[in-house]
Each structure stands twice: as structure tokens, then as C-alpha cells.
Design a protein around this ligand. Structure first.
Ligand code: ADP
Length: 463
């Protein structure tokens, strides 16, 4: 099985990092939610027990016997409660008003203690610890079957009417009331919530895993395309460099064997070697320029450049090549105020590449028209030729490095196949745009728009 390439490994790593981050957030949120729900359940339980204890206390206060000890009066007040030392039947009810909740031995227990903390009565099924000091208001108690109870202790008071007539009734400290609430329901709820949270988090992580893989694919898409382009470029560059080198070596090899037989052959060989050497040098210069154009740019290198000046200079420079190719050159427009903030050498290269291509790909007798005009805040440069044209399919690819519609013709003209890639890179650097139009057989038109320098834009606005 083929091992995954560096891009697949990077995608996997990216997806894993996404998943880790999402996982930590999900798990944190899940645990937070779980904690909040448990906290609110616990508060509801405490409120329930507190309310019950307060109501019971108020109901019992006027009915309590004088002394806090197991007695028949106490048994009469709380018929459902078992006195310490007596057998303990199941109660029909404890205090009628709270019968439903408080007599449910599954959920609650009730204990009465004297002021020293000695147990005097309790509901059936409650813990029956002999003597104890009632601790803090809230405590955790283990029930008979190891079940956990939340216990709430409060002072029990008894209403006392003094013998002296007219005196206010007072409250005497009678003992303690303890209410225990079973935590079985809460524990079961915690268990249920815990497993629900875990399941939701695991399912969410599975979905997040798939989403991470998809997202990392999206993020890696442009990188993958650039990586493939780079791979293709390296292969093409190696191929382009190999061809002239192989020619050069073959010629030198042949020359070595012929040198003694024909001294005249030396001159021809040198001419071929020189031509191939020049081709190699052009190729390497273009490759270096392209690499520089795609690297970071020094803003200081920019200066106002007159497009009209550049166009006129290049028309003059290429006029000789045009007359050799028997192609007419013509300029239309040429507004002197079209200034671009850019790198002059690069702008020269841009126009010269387009112009030379137009001359090279136009048959003798044809014409190349260069036009320059303003289009709003942009300068618009058009190079129109009456040459061989470019098919619709090739128009999509001519800006790719080393692409040539006709490799033989291009090489014969001395082209490196990098001319239009360099043009596109320069246009990008100057924040412009380039388009090509051709019906595929009779002529092509390259249109470049470049944003003008602020002062040139002002000139247009003031007109
Ligand atoms: P080259 O060095 O081959 O000219 P370029 O990058 O400048 O490389 O051009 C790429 C290809 O685009 C050329 O090989 C040619 O096929 C096509 N091309 C460029 N300009 C023109 C034009 N004006 N007319 C027709 N074809 C053109």
C-alpha cells in the first residue's frame, strides 16, 4: 500500500488539531452543563427539605408535651413515629398535612432528639443511632442499607404560656427535629445525566471528527493546488533545462571527434554552443525573475511611472524586430497623464513581452496595434494583433508556466514559455488585471488594466 503523501499527512494533522480543540470545548461545555444541572437539582432538594422542616416545626410547636422523652403524650402527638424502646409498626400517617411526602419511608425519615441529642422517637426505617450531638444544619448520613441521606437538623421549640396573667407566651427549647431525605433519586439522576452527557459528547465528537476532516480538506485545497503547481513547475523547469543542455553536450561530443578531421567545423559548433548557452541563460533569468516576482515586494521600489512613456520607448525598441518580421506597428491614444505607481523595469517587461509576442505570432504583412487610454481610475493598455490567434482552450492555459500552443514555433522564436507567466505576475504585483480575447484563428487582443497613481486619478476627476 502506498504511504500517504506529505499533503495527506498535513490534512490528517490539521483534522486532528481541529478535533482536539473542538473536543476540549465540547467536553468542557458538557461537564459544565452537567455540573449546573446537578447544582440546581441539589438546590431544589435542599429547598424541599428546608420547607418541610419549617412547616413540621410550626405544626408540632403547640402540640409538644412538656418533656422531651419517649412518652404516651408524645406518641399521641405523632402517631406514626416509633418511640425509642417500643416496637416500630409502619405508620398510616405522621402529621396529616404532610402525609403524602413525609410518611414515604422510601424518601424521608424523621427523628426527634432531646436537647442533649439523645434520640427519643423516629420514623420507621430511619437510622437509629443511640446518642449523638446534632451536628451542623446539613449533614450526610448513611441509612440502614448503605443508602445516602441528606439530613437537616433544626431546634424544636414548644409554645409556653406563663402562669402570670397578661404575660406574653414564650418559646422553650424542646429538642431537635431531624429530617433525612434519601439521595437515591438524585444519585440515579446524576448517573443518568452523566451517561447522557458522555453519549452526547461522544456522538458530537464523531460528527466533529467528520466535520474536521471535511474542513481540513477545504483548508488544504488551495495549498494542495499550489503544491501540485509547484511540483509541475519543477518537473517542467527540469525538462526545459535538460533540452538545451543535452543539445549542448551532444554538439561538444560530436565536435571532439570531428575537430581533427575538419577544422572549419569548430566555428559552427561554437555558434550552436553559444545559441544553446544563450537559451539556457534566458531561461534561468526568466525563472529567477518569476521567483522574485512571486516573493515579497519592497514598497520602496515603487515610483510613479508614465505608461505613455514606456509604450513609446518600447514601440521604438521593437520597431526593428517588427520590420524584420514584416509586421506594422501602430499606437492609438497614449495619454501622457496616465501614471502608475509601480516598478518601472517590471512595467517595461510587461509591455515588451506582450508586444514581442504579438510580433512573433503575427504573419508577415500583419499589423500590431497598441492602444493606451484612461478607464475611470485605471489605465487601459491593449495589444491587438492580426496574428495566428489563440484557441478558446489555450486561452485558459497561456498564463501557465511553460505552456505553449506550438512548442516548436515558440522555441524557434527564442521563447522560454515563461513570458505570459511573467506578465501575469507583474500585473498581479501592480494590482491590475489581464484578459485575452481571440476567435481562435485571426488575431488576439490582450487587455491590461492598471490602477493609476492618486495624482493621475485627481487629474481625471478635475477634467
Ligand atoms: P513563449 O515564450 O512561448 O512566447 P509565452 O508565455 O509568452 O511563452 O506565451 C505562451 C504561449 O501563448 C505561446 O507559446 C503561444 O502559444 C501563445 N501566445 C502568446 N501570445 C500570443 C499571441 N499574441 N498570439 C498567439 N499566440 C500567443
Amino acid at each position: 500500500m502506498a504511504s500517504p503523501g506529505p499533503m495527506s499527512r498535513s490534512r490528517l494533522r490539521l483534522a486532528a488539531v481541529y478535533l482536539l480543540v473542538i473536543g476540549v470545548i465540547l467536553y468542557g461545555a458538557g461537564l459544565g452543563m452537567f455540573g449546573l444541572l446537578m447544582r440546581s437539582n441539589w438546590s431544589a432538594l435542599e429547598r424541599e427539605v428546608e420547607t418541610l422542616a419549617g412547616t413540621l416545626h410550626d405544626s408540632l410547636k403547640p402540640l409538644l408535651p412538656l418533656e422531651a422523652r419517649p412518652s404516651t403524650q408524645l406518641a399521641a402527638v405523632l402517631p406514626g413515629l416509633c418511640l425509642v424502646g417500643d416496637p416500630c409498626p409502619l405508620p398510616p400517617s405522621l402529621v396529616p398535612r404532610h402525609a403524602v411526602s413525609i410518611t414515604d419511608p422510601e424518601r424521608f425519615y424523621l427523628r426527634l432528639l432531646d436537647p442533649r441529642g439523645v434520640l427519643i422517637a423516629h420514623s420507621p426505617g430511619s437510622p437509629t443511632t443511640k446518642a449523638e450531638r446534632p451536628g451542623p444544619a446539613w449533614s450526610m448520613v448513611a441509612g440502614p442499607g448503605g443508602e445516602r441521606f441528606l439530613q437537616y437538623s433544626i431546634h424544636l421549640h414548644r409554645s409556653h404560656t406563663p402562669a402570670r396573667a397578661g404575660a406574653d407566651p414564650t418559646e422553650l427549647n424542646w429538642g431537635y427535629l431531624q429530617i433525612g431525605r434519601s439521595l437515591r433519586g438524585l444519585d440515579a439522576e446524576r448517573e443518568r445525566l452523566w451517561w447522557t452527557t458522555q453519549t452526547i459528547v461522544v456522538l458530537a465528537l464523531l460528527v466533529a471528527g467528520l466535520a474536521s476532516w471535511w474542513l481540513s480538506g477545504l483548508a488544504m485545497g488551495p495549498l494542495l493546488a499550489a503544491y501540485r503547481q509547484q511540483e509541475q513547475f519543477t518537473a517542467d523547469a527540469a525538462h526545459e533545462l535538460r533540452a538545451p543542455l543535452a543539445n549542448l553536450l551532444a554538439v561538444v561530443e560530436a565536435h571532439k571527434s570531428q575537430l581533427s578531421a575538419d577544422p572549419m567545423a569548430g566555428e559552427q559548433t561554437l555558434a550552436v554552443v553559444y545559441k544553446q548557452g544563450q537559451r539556457l541563460s534566458r531561461l534561468i533569468t526568466d525563472l529567477l525573475l518569476l521567483a522574485r516576482l512571486e516573493g515579497p515586494e519592497a514598497a520602496a521600489a515603487r515610483q510613479p511611472c508614465s505608461l505613455a512613456q514606456i509604450v513609446r520607448d518600447l514601440l521604438e525598441e521593437t520597431s526593428e524586430a517588427a520590420s524584420i518580421a514584416e509586421v506594422r506597428l501602430r499606437l492609438q491614444g497614449g495619454d501622457d497623464n496616465l501614471n502608475v505607481l509601480g516598478v518601472e523595469l517590471e512595467l517595461y517587461r510587461l509591455v515588451s513581452n506582450l508586444l514581442l509576442n504579438a510580433i512573433h505570432y503575427t504573419l508577415p504583412g500583419g499589423e500590431v496595434v497598441l492602444s493606451l487610454r484612461r478607464d475611470g481610475s485605471h489605465g487601459l493598455l491593449e495589444v491587438q494583433d492580426s496574428g495566428i490567434g489563440i484557441t478558446a482552450a489555450d486561452q485558459q492555459r497561456i498564463f501557465d508556466r511553460f505552456f505553449r500552443s506550438d512548442p516548436g514555433r515558440s522555441r524557434q522564436q527564442g521563447g522560454t514559455g515563461l513570458g505570459l507567466s511573467i506578465v501575469a505576475a507583474i500585473v498581479r504585483r501592480h494590482r491590475g488585471a489581464i484578459t485575452v480575447r481571440s476567435d481562435g484563428h485571426s488575431g488576439s487582443r490582450f487587455t491590461v488594466t492598471l490602477p493609476l497613481e492618486a495624482s493621475s486619478q485627481g487629474l481625471s476627476a478635475s477634467r
